[in-house]
Design a protein around this ligand. Structure first.
Ligand code: FMN
Length: 173
C-alpha cells in the first residue's frame, strides 16, 4: 500500500522517529508543510505534543482526506502506559481529527531545557509553578514533571515504533 510519512517538530524527536520508520521501509519522511497532495494509501504523521495540540496535525488531516487513511503518532513526554495519559492524548487528537477510522499511536520524546525557546521555557515554568501550588494530590506524572524541571529528559527509543511497524505490515490495498 502507498505509504506517505510526514512529521512536524519543534525540537526534532518527531522527525527522528519519522525518518527511522521511513528508512526501514525504504521511503522518505517529509515535513508535513512541504507535502501538497496525498492521493491514496495511508498517511502516517508524527507530531510533537504541545499543551493540548499536536504539531502539524491539522495539515496532515487536510492532506489525508478519505479514502486516504490517517495514522497519527504523537510524540510527547507523558507515559502513554498510564491509561489517563493515553486517554488525554487521544482526546486531544480526536478533538482535532473527527474521523472514526483514525488510528493513533503514542510515542515518547525528549526535552532539553537548555534548548527550549523563551516561550516554551516560560510555559514549563508556569506549569511547574501551578503544580507546586496545587492543593489537590499530585499524580506521579506531575511529580515527575516537577522533579525533572530544568533537566534533560530523553525517552526516545526505537521500540516505540514497533506497534506502528506491525500495524503497517498488516495493511492491505
Ligand atoms: C511548552 C511545552 C508543552 C508540552 N506539552 C506536552 C504535553 O501536553 N504532553 C506531553 O506528553 N508532552 C508535552 N511536552 C513535551 C513534548 O511533547 C516533547 O518534548 C516532544 O518530544 C516534542 O516533540 P518534538 O521534539 O518533535 O518537537 C511539552 C513540551 C513543551 C516545551
Amino acid at each position: 500500500m502507498a505509504t506517505t510519512i510526514t512529521f512536524s517538530t519543534v525540537y526534532g524527536s518527531s522527525e527522528l522517529y519519522a525518518r527511522r520508520l521511513a528508512s526501514s521501509l525504504d521511503l522518505e519522511a517529509r515535513d508535513v508543510a512541504d507535502v501538497s497532495r496525498v492521493s491514496d494509501g495511508v498517511l502516517v504523521h508524527f507530531g510533537g505534543l504541545y499543551a493540548g495540540t499536536v504539531c502539524g496535525l491539522r495539515r496532515a488531516c487536510a492532506l489525508a482526506k478519505p479514502p486516504v487513511r490517517l495514522v497519527v503518532c504523537t510524540v510527547g513526554l507523558a507515559d502513554p502506559g498510564i491509561e489517563d495519559n493515553a486517554e488525554t492524548i487521544d482526546k486531544t487528537v480526536r478533538a482535532i481529527v473527527r474521523r472514526d477510522d483514525l488510528v493513533i499511536f503514542h510515542l515518547r520524546g525528549r526535552m532539553d531545557y537548555r534548548k527550549l525557546s523563551v516561550k516554551h521555557r516560560a510555559m514549563m515554568w508556569a506549569l511547574v509553578k501551578v503544580l507546586m501550588k496545587s492543593k489537590k494530590e499530585l499524580s506521579d506524572e506531575d511529580r515527575a514533571l516537577i522533579g525533572t524541571y530544568g533537566k534533560t529528559i530523553d525517552f526516545v527509543d526505537e521500540s516505540w515504533l514497533d506497534p506502528v511497524r506491525t500495524y503497517l505490515s498488516q495493511q492491505v490495498e
